[in-house]
Design a protein around this ligand. Structure first.
Ligand SMILES: [Zn+2]
Length: 150
């Protein structure tokens, strides 16, 4: 088994927002949708519907807390969720805030060019400074509890 996430998790450390017992939240490297996060299972598994009932309960709670934190931080209009596993097989859920109107954060303008449509294909050429990513991570982290109790 060759899994990038399992074999070199330290590569993702700079994007880590918060780690819970069963799931870990990272900021997506793609921020064309401001506050896009990924929730990944701590152990290697590939199919969302093969998680244990404890993992399922924690995912439900963690996603709820993450939604609140992102919404409070950036006032997005809705969320898209996706679990695909086409390229990165390690089970993860994308939590993608969508915006009716452009948002400014840290002096950067974020425009949801696909509002009202599928989040993909998205603008992979949209890049922001590491310092802006750090500020997004800090802002979301502040809104998250240290513990969730299933
Ligand atoms: Zn894995």
């Amino acid at each position: 088994m060759k899994c990038d996430f399992c074999s070199s998790r330290e590569k993702f450390e700079n994007l880590k927002i918060k780690e819970y017992p069963r799931w870990v939240i990272h900021l997506s490297p793609f921020q064309c949708y401001l506050g896009w996060c990924d929730i990944s299972l701590g152990r290697h598994l590939e199919d969302l519907f093969e998680v244990s009932s404890e993992e399922w309960k924690e995912l439900f709670l963690v996603t709820g807390k993450l939604k609140s934190a992102v919404q409070l931080s950036f006032q997005n209009d809705i969320f898209n969720y996706s679990s695909l596993g086409n390229r990165a097989r390690h089970l993860h859920l994308h939590v993608i805030p969508r915006y009716r109107q452009a948002k400014e954060f840290d002096g950067v303008k974020f425009t949801d060019a696909r509002w009202g449509r599928n989040y993909s294909p998205y603008d992979k050429s949209f890049q922001i400074a590491e310092s802006t990513k750090d500020k997004i991570i800090e802002t979301i982290r502040k809104g998250l509890p240290d513990y969730v109790v299933p």
